[in-house]
Structure formats: C-alpha cells, structure tokens
Design a binder for this molecule. Structure first.
Ligand code: PMP
Length: 285
C-alpha cells in the first residue's frame, strides 16, 4: 500500500508524520472519507466543499492549492488499485513546538491521504442482516458540524456498542431526541412512509451521504421531514437506517435490544440504497 504524506508517495507501512504534529498532540485537524465504488470516487465535490468549510471554521490553511486535491485523491486510489473501498484525507495545523495557541504564520499544514480496499460482499452481508444500534447520552462539544479528528467520545460510544453486540451508537440529546451515530447520520421511516432525519443545524455533522439521500428521496418521490425524533419514536418506526460515506444507507433492525418492525431490513431503505449510486456524483479514479 502507498500513502501520500506532504507531497510524497511513500510505503504505507513506513508512512509517518513528526511527533510534534498538532494532529497528534491536540487532534488539531480535520478529515474526510470518500467511498470508492466500482472505480469511482463518490460525491468528491461535496466532500471537498465540506473540507473547505471545516478548514475555514478552524482557520487552518490549505495544505496544497484547493484545485490539486481531486488529482491527489485519484492518484492515491489508483496507486492502491482500489476499485471498491475508501479514500481518507486528513489535514492538521502542522508541526510546531507544543503550545496551545496557533503556531507562527507560515507553518505548513500536514496533508495525509490513504486508500483502502473493501470487500463489497461484506457490505452486502451487513445490508442483508441489518445492524443493531445502542443509544448513549450526548457528551460531545457543540461544534460537531466541523469534521474534526477529535473523536474520543465517538470512539468510546462505538466501543460500547461493540461490547453490546451492536455496530453503531446513537448520541441522544438531553431532551431525548436522537442526534446522530458515532460515525453516521440517523434516520427513521414513519408508518406513513415519511423519511425523518434531524436538521443539520441542530448539533450534528451535515453528512454528505445524508445530503445526497435527499436527492435520491426526491427522485423516488419520497417525503422527507427534517426534525428531531425520540428514541421511542424510532423504536416504533416502520424502518430505521444510518447513512455515511462507507455505509450509504444501512438498515437498522434493533435499537437498545428492541426490534424495529419485524426485525428485518426495511424495503424503503433498500430502495434508497439501490438508487443511491445512480444519483450520486461519480468521479473516475
Ligand atoms: N456523523 C458523524 C459523526 C460522522 O462521523 C459521519 C461520517 N463521517 C457522518 C455523520 C456521515 O457523514 P458522511 O455521509 O459525509 O460520511
């Protein structure tokens, strides 16, 4: 495997950044993950637009000129012969002697890009079975709209899910409404067939897959309501699913041990998943 590190393509096993990188010391950085499907990078323009916003919110400079990134992502995918899998990009504020305040102007942000193959049959099996989620109290900061590498609450929540035999944890707000998953957005489908997902302005990450699923739903003539929903409403829903670049739309069949409907993946979720790839933007790698 090959990684891109600050202008060089290096063997993945030997790829490294300096111990005083601010990503390592402070999680002072942002990232993006794009799905690679059948040789195409999915929704790359939307992911790069979100990266731009994340960098701006944290006053981190572009590590390379903005226009070069699509080429670098493609090149890392190509060099790793990834046809199905993902490409990961991370920008940190750079290497500097450890001080909380920003380093001197001119410190170069660090850019790392990696790519990894995934077996489509593993995803297919997951879709067939559906996944289980647990709920955990929201304990993250209020800037989760920034796709920061500071993910310790997400790590702990997802570990707790794993130990409970589940695959995702949903953060629940103090008012009892579901926010999002540790690495995904949360959706339900009501008994009337309406898709419900939390407004992006209400303390969640604006998922790229979430945005594209709005386009997919419109194409399929499905109604979406952007509003909060409670755990109780989710347990009583006709369907539930999560969305993210790597899971697309993944059926949820159990929440805190309670089965959703008959405990099998929902048909509308599967239709959304099917239609997703036709509608998403596909950049040849
Ligand atoms: N919420 C969180 C907290 C996430 O980490 C992710 C995955 N990056 C998402 C939502 C889904 O976003 P996307 O569809 O852009 O992958």
């Amino acid at each position: 495997r090959i990684a891109y590190v600050n202008g060089r393509y290096v063997a993945h096993a030997e790829a490294s950044v300096h111990i005083e990188d601010r990503g390592y010391q402070f999680a002072d950085g942002v990232y993006e993950v794009c799905e690679v499907a059948r040789g195409f990078i999915v929704d790359m323009p939307r992911h790069l637009a979100r990266l731009k916003r994340s960098l701006k919110e944290l006053s981190i400079a572009w590590p390379v000129s903005e226009g070069v990134l699509p080429m670098l992502l493609r090149e890392v995918v190509r060099r790793n012969h990834v046809v199905d899998g993902l490409v990961y990009l991370q920008v940190t504020r750079g290497v500097a002697s450890r001080e909380f305040v920003f380093p001197a102007a001119g410190t170069r942000p660090s850019l790392v890009i990696t790519a990894r193959k995934a077996d489509p049959s593993t995803a297919a099996k997951r879709v067939e079975n559906g996944i289980k989620v647990i709920t955990v109290p929201e304990n993250r900061w209020d800037r989760v709209d920034i796709k920061s590498t500071g993910l310790l609450p997400n790590v702990l929540a997802k570990q707790k899910a794993k130990e409970a035999g589940a695959q995702e944890a949903w953060f629940v707000d103090a008012d009892g409404t579901v926010k999002e998953g540790g690495s995904s957005n949360a959706w339900i489908i009501t008994r009337d067939g309406v898709l419900v997902t939390r407004p992006a302005e209400q303390g969640i990450l604006r998922g790229i897959t979430r945005t594209t699923l709005f386009d997919v739903a419109a194409k399929l003539g499905l109604k979406i309501e952007e509003r909060g929903f409670s755990v109780a409403e989710a347990k009583a829903a006709r369907e539930a699913f999560i969305s993210s670049a790597t899971t697309i739309a993944m059926p949820v069949v159990e929440i805190d041990g309670a089965p959703i409907a008959n405990g099998h993946p929902g048909s509308t979720t599967l239709s959304l998943r099917q239609a997703f790839f036709d509608i998403a933007e596909k950049s040849p790698a």
